[in-house]
Design a protein around this ligand. Structure first.
Ligand code: SF4
Length: 148
């Protein structure tokens, strides 16, 4: 019997315009056909997955999509994204900053910021929409009044 393989904890499956697997650490998106996507879904399960398709398996192993080491379960829901998909989000959480760059695009800070509730709500929506990557920015995000 073939030994089991597991979906790496560094990747997530996404149903974007095309079924995909996203490598979070490398910010790389791989588009898949339905068969490959279904196969990788089985690799999320605790018992792992096996295949006789050595070429595909070797590719997934070399790209860090699959591993032969049992992974910590990562909880997320795979559902179809809106079309067009929203993949990247830059969230400006405050206009406060401790620097005074001449080229600043913010202008004079007016002490505007998103509340913690607004931030968590937007992040939740982004996750629901199958988003890939969030950039938290400002101003200086660490000057947000609730950053401690
Ligand atoms: S917000 Fe950015 S560009 Fe503006 S002063 Fe701060 S670090 Fe400089």
């Amino acid at each position: 019997m073939n030994k089991p393989y597991f979906l790496s904890e560094n990747v997530v499956l996404r149903l974007l315009e095309t079924p995909s697997v996203y490598h979070v650490k490398r910010d790389e998106l791989y588009e898949l056909n339905e068969e490959a996507f279904s196969f990788l879904e089985t690799c999320r399960q605790a018992e792992g997955c096996t295949t006789d398709d050595k070429e595909f398996l070797d590719y997934c192993l070399s790209e860090g999509i699959l591993t032969d080491i049992r992974q910590r379960p990562v909880k997320y829901t795979v559902r179809p994204s809106p079309v067009p998909s929203l993949r990247y989000l830059e969230l400006l959480i405050t206009d406060q900053c401790n620097l005074h760059c001449r080229h600043c695009y913010i202008g004079e800070p007016t002490r505007q910021e998103l509340s913690l509730h607004e931030i968590t709500s937007v992040l939740g929506e982004f996750e629901e929409m199958q988003g890939l990557r969030v950039l938290i920015s400002g101003g200086e995000p660490l000057m947000h009044s609730e950053s401690e």
